[in-house]
Design a protein around this ligand. Structure first.
Ligand code: NG1
Ligand code: ZN
Length: 546
């Protein structure tokens, strides 16, 4: 009763926006920041309930709208493992975000708590870690989320201030494992495992030494700027990083003409980069630093770039891991799963399969890729847009621990120990909760140095097949229902057959359509042997979708 009256009372201060239906979507709630007060307040309540449900485990709440424009904001929940909120709570998130008034809100909460057996009588404690990116609207939204959390008796909020999305997920995971979980601990883990990779570089590797030159990073004028600066200082000169578009007082606007999303979608260099950067290894983070891509500037190319996307990052990682596993040879073979979506360039999939690796496809959205990757001893997943990570099972980590501690002093034994240490470092540098641009940068840089590869050499692992992505506005995108990891249309009837007959006209033709989960459009993706053919295929399919 006391709980009920506190909830009723507080929620009157957070009326929901009129005429907007909010949805948890692929990446939490996102909207213009001005209408999100009630949403974050309510999701604060949800986070506290989630903590109660999981026996008082720490839950994370991140206020960010990632690569969206600066006036937007959003909120995402991190589960105790540091992964995303379990999918079976998403309907509850949707329904409380849209409850029209305090009474219906409190009723939904009470019913849900009852159904899920959540102790809301104040007898149990709950903890929620709060974080936000650099958006100006973040401060007051954190305040609103805090009020929501504190409405649940026994729940406390800990404000971590401005952090990257993956940093907050890392902190949640670390706390729940009873590890030290400050930002300094996070930087320490990343920098020491990077250092470990560097220390284990074989003596005379290095076909060319370009990899040693500096890396220039576009930080999207977001939170990644300051954090990468801090991390770089911990690297003791083992990596030379120049930071651009760092946000703060440097002038530029968050995600405007900068950042990983812009670079990957437009295939153009971000602001602040130009002809003087030709020949230099460049990377771009997104607004909350959970994804990244690499690129190089094309000489006299009018801001055009060679894009090195998530698929190629994945391929580099897979190759390195495969090489280390080969050195471990006879030891117990771990299961390795590579997880992609239908948007992965076909050339990357072919490359990975030719390496002898198992490639699995899931629907678009990190929650699907992550879930699949968890099924393997080593699960590597990336979306083409640069969001992804590498997951190691506890079993495999134990196995590595064993090999690391073996005492054989034969050449072979020594090499095996080194390979185990390298893999161990990979598992430590890579965020085990979500994609993390800072982790990813360090692993790419470590591997390039290990191989002695230039960025161009890496880019030449395979040539991307020409592709085209289009958006089609339709009356009702939910009329398109797909199956088979979104590669095949089930409804409306006849559409897939029509698409198939268009695909049949092109060599290496591939094409699929699906409704977007984040925009009111149907997306068309095509590949073919030449750019003209890929464009033609996409356009002709777009025509029949309309
Ligand atoms: P939708 O709008 O469902 O295609 C987009 C991206 C995803 C993912 C989500 C979440 C493409 C084709 N799709 O999803 O990869 O990043 O946004 O932000 O890039
Ligand atoms: Zn992001």
């Amino acid at each position: 009763e006391k709980q009920r009256s506190i909830l009723l009372q507080s929620s009157t201060h957070f009326p929901p926006p009129k005429g907007t239906k909010l949805s948890y979507g692929t990446a939490g709630f996102r909207a213009d920041a001005s209408i999100l007060q009630s949403t974050v307040f309510r999701i604060g309540i949800l986070a506290a309930l989630r903590s109660l449900k999981t026996g008082g485990a720490v839950i994370g709440l991140m206020i960010t709208a990632s690569h969206n424009k600066v006036s937007d904001n959003g909120i995402k929940v991190a589960d105790p493992s540091g992964g995303m909120l379990t999918q079976d709570w998403e309907p509850f998130a949707d329904s409380i975000a849209n409850a029209p008034d305090p009474e219906s809100l409190v009723q939904l909460i009470t019913e849900f708590a009852k159904k899920e057996n959540i102790p809301i009588d104040g007898s149990k404690a709950a903890v929620v870690l709060l974080g936000r990116d650099t958006r100006p609207s973040g401060e007051s939204l954190v305040e609103a989320a805090n009020k929501g959390i504190c409405c649940v008796i026994g729940a406390v909020a800990i404000n971590m201030g401005i952090v990257t999305t993956p940093e907050l997920h890392w902190m949640v995971r670390a706390r729940n494992k009873g590890m030290k979980a400050s930002e300094a601990d996070y930087f320490h883990q990343l920098s020491t495992s990077f250092r470990c990779l560097i220390d284990l570089i074989p003596e005379k590797s290095g076909e060319d030494n370009d990899a040693i030159g500096k890396l220039v990073v576009d930080c999207s004028n977001g939170v990644g700027g300051e954090k990468l600066q801090d991390l770089t200082q911990k690297l003791n000169g083992f990596l030379q990083i120049e930071i651009r578009n760092s946000g703060g007082n440097s002038g530029g606007i968050l995600n405007e003409g900068v950042g990983a999303d812009f670079v990957q979608k437009e295939k153009l260099s971000p602001q602040g980069f130009g002809p003087s950067d030709v020949g230099i290894r460049c990377a771009s983070l997104d607004g909350d630093a959970d994804r990244f891509v690499y690129f190089t500037i094309i000489l006299n190319g009018n801001n055009k770039i060679n894009l090195i996307d998530g698929d190629k990052i994945l391929s580099l990682f897979a190759l390195f891991i495969k090489q280390q596993l080969t050195i471990l040879e006879d030891s117990k073979k771990p299961s390795v799963g590579i997880v992609q979506t239908a948007y992965a360039n076909g050339a990357s999939t072919k490359y990975l399969k030719d390496l002898g690796l198992k490639v699995i496809f899931t629907p678009t959205g990190v929650k699907y890729l992550h879930g699949k990757a968890e099924e393997y001893d080593i699960g590597i997943y990336f979306e083409a847009n640069g969001h992804g990570t590498i997951l190691f099972s506890d079993l495999f980590l134990n196995c590595l621990e064993g090999i690391k501690n073996e005492s054989s002093s034969t050449e072979n034994g020594l090499e095996k120990r080194k390979a185990a240490k390298r893999l161990w470092a990979v598992g430590n540098v890579m965020n085990q909760g979500v994609g993390d641009a800072l982790s990813g940068l360090l692993l790419v840089e470590g591997i390039l140095q290990h191989m002695g590869w230039s960025v161009d050499k890496w880019n030449q692992l395979y040539d991307d097949l020409p592709s085209r992505q289009l958006k089609v506005k339709v009356a009702d995108r939910s009329a398109v229902i797909t199956t088979n990891a979104e590669t095949c249309v089930e409804k409306p009837p006849g559409l897939q057959e029509a698409i198939n007959s268009l695909i049949g006209k092109y060599r290496q033709g591939r094409c699929f359509v699906r409704p977007s989960g984040t925009e009111d459009v149907v997306r068309v993706y095509s590949e073919a042997e030449t750019q003209e053919e890929a464009d033609e295929l996409a356009n002709s399919v777009a025509n029949i979708v309309q």
